[in-house]
Write a protein that binds this ligand. Structure first.
Ligand code: ATP
Length: 244
């Protein structure tokens, strides 16, 4: 049984705009395990991205506690929290967030320089990460020369090269077609297994369900169910097996 690496305890979050007070997360408690791909699914607006932002330390909860790799995030001041996020977390977003002028290798090397790695070590790690996502032959290309699926693989390599304990993905497949979406989720799954990384992905894409180790269904700021999907529950059956 893998260890628990991310915990939320009675987390509550509200937003107020004008007279409207919107409670987005209601006293939410959950444990996420290392070495697994956990998917949080649910309809638009149910609070998935807010939960991800709080679990990753991007936002603070109004009440409750987050323990990430055993660290209570509330104990960290803003600077220490930034440092924690830089060292221990990686992010993959729907829109890839790549720099147009940099080639794939430079995109992956850049955050490693912020970590203070020597240039040679940064290059070695960046190349290994790009190889791992199947982009070894394309590491000299800029985003305009890459497909959507390839851009997302660069973004994954950029996160992976930091060797983070926690990898967060917010709707990583929603800009991609079914075959490329499947490649991305399979890469995230493989990273969890082979590196022991905690991979937490939020998505409203039902095609991803059968590819996760665990699926938490969310609605109106609450976790409604927590299950291990069967491989047959994926609605992607019938697709040709894509080659990564
Ligand atoms: N900074 C903010 N200020 C005010 N309201 C916010 C803010 N961030 C999120 N919300 C509100 O919180 C609710 C949940 O938003 P959230 O983005 O977490 O949902 P989601 O499940 O990720 O949705 P989607 O699948 O569409 O991305 C929404 O009603 C949203 O309008």
């Amino acid at each position: 049984m893998s260890s628990i690496s991310l915990q939320a305890r009675n987390v509550t979050k509200s937003f107020t705009s004008g007279p409207i007070h919107n409670t987005v997360l209601h006293n939410l408690t959950l444990d996420i395990r290392a070495g697994e791909l956990t998917l949080i699914s649910g309809p638009s607006g149910c609070g998935k991205s807010t939960l991800l932002a709080i679990l990753s330390g991007l936002q603070r909860p109004d009440a409750g506690q987050v323990l990430a790799l055993g660290q209570d995030l509330a104990e960290l001041n803003t600077h220490a929290l930034e440092r924690f996020r830089l060292q221990h977390t990686g992010f993959v977003f729907q829109g890839f967030n790549l720099f147009p002028a940099l080639n794939a290798l430079e995109q992956v090397e850049l955050p490693l320089s912020y970590l203070g790695l020597p240039a040679g070590e940064a290059r070695r790690r960046a190349m290994a990460s790009l190889e791992e996502v199947g982009l070894g032959p394309r590491m000299g290309l800029r985003p305009s020369e890459l497909s959507g699926g390839e851009k997302q693989r660069v973004a994954i390599a950029r996160a992976l090269a930091k060797e983070p304990g926690l990898l967060f993905a917010d709707e990583p497949t929603s800009a991609l077609d079914a075959a490329n979406g499947q490649i991305i989720i399979d890469i995230l799954h493989r990273i969890a297994r082979t590196h022991g990384t905690t991979v937490l992905c939020v998505s409203h894409d039902p095609r991803l369900v059968g590819h996760a180790d665990r699926v938490l269904a969310m609605e109106d700021g609450r976790i409604l169910s927590d299950r291990v999907p069967s491989p047959t529950s994926t609605p992607t059956s019938g697709l040709e097996e894509p080659s990564a």
